[in-house]
Design a protein around this ligand. Sequence first.
Ligand SMILES: Cc1cc2nc3c(=O)[nH]c(=O)nc-3n(C[C@H](O)[C@H](O)[C@H](O)COP(=O)(O)O)c2cc1C
Length: 360
Amino acid sequence: MRFGTTLSVTLTGSSHGTSVGAVIEGLPSGAPVDLDYVQSELDRRSPSHRKLATMRKEPDRLLVRSGIENGRATGEPIVTLVENVDVRRAPYDELVDVPRPGHADYPARVRWGSSLDLSGGGIFSGRMTVGLVIAGAIVHDLLRNKGVGTVAFTRSIGPENWEDPATEVTIEDLRQQSRANEVGCPDPNAALRMQTAIEEARRNGDSLGGIVEVRVEGVPPGVGEPFFDPVESVLSHAYFSIPAVKGVEFGAGFQAARMRGSEHNDPFYIERGEVRTRSNRAGGILGGLTTGMPIVARLAVKPTSSIAKEQDSVSLSRREPVRLVVKGRHDPCIVPRAVPVVENFTSFVVADFMARGGYL
Ligand SMILES: Cc1cc2nc3c(=O)[nH]c(=O)nc-3n(C[C@H](O)[C@H](O)[C@H](O)COP(=O)(O)O)c2cc1C
């Protein structure tokens, strides 16, 4: 449950345990930490702040047990947690024997048997991402002081997509606009269409997936660790750890496979003495190292597996078919809640890379 090299995050707790949280190690002593910002990012992830989301009501008050004094890291491990207050186990009793299609129940049961607490999804729950948000929000000021900013936003939900406007949108605009509505899409009209699609899926007892896009600006060129820790590899490792993420692409991504070199290459030029590229199909990464252009990644998030429709499953003990109706409180779409998780965890990975390369 530990990720990172010079900076690391260790996740603690489980969905229906007493708490969830993170232990963050490696922050230089004296590094500024804005705990109000960390709390605001937890609020953004919390379902209690969304009409469309699961009805599980968690206040997610940040508790810091050690490692931060007077807004600065002390250099000790930073021990954080939030308490789980809204725990309802009963809906999960049946799932000990009857796994939900599309969830982690079946392979986790085979691996760890019935002693494993899968109530609320256990360690496979989206609730574990509280620790990822805390870890990334804690390094926000450290990165900002180095001129690095990250934004994630909803690119699409189900069939509803947001296309980039003709004029370039700054990362600061994207941050503000994506925080202005429930679905995390920078465009209010597209956001409305996405919201309607989610409501319709919910009414039908179903769910929707979508795409989260993330951009990081201000990372200097040359960050990354050959041979086995290219920036794409480590970011992908981080992204695939986020529950429900099923695909990742950088820059032109899978479109690159259809292009010629002359179409895909990003031509260099000089702007105010700095080397830039006219396009960014590389997604800000060449040879696993940053180019100084924005890092751009897109993550495919699957539709929530716990749906209200009756589904085919099996009894693991009786070895016979069972028709399953999943109970409990589930989001009809994970994408809006994944947005702050992707944004903050990306910041954390970038901070770790910069610490490894001596840039922090
Ligand atoms: C923020 C967040 C919230 C989630 N909420 C739910 C949920 O309410 N119900 C559900 O079935 N899955 C939810 N998930 C996804 C499951 O945890 C995930 O699909 C499951 O662990 C199986 O892993 P996989 O989809 O990566 O294969 C959520 C994921 C995230 C990131």
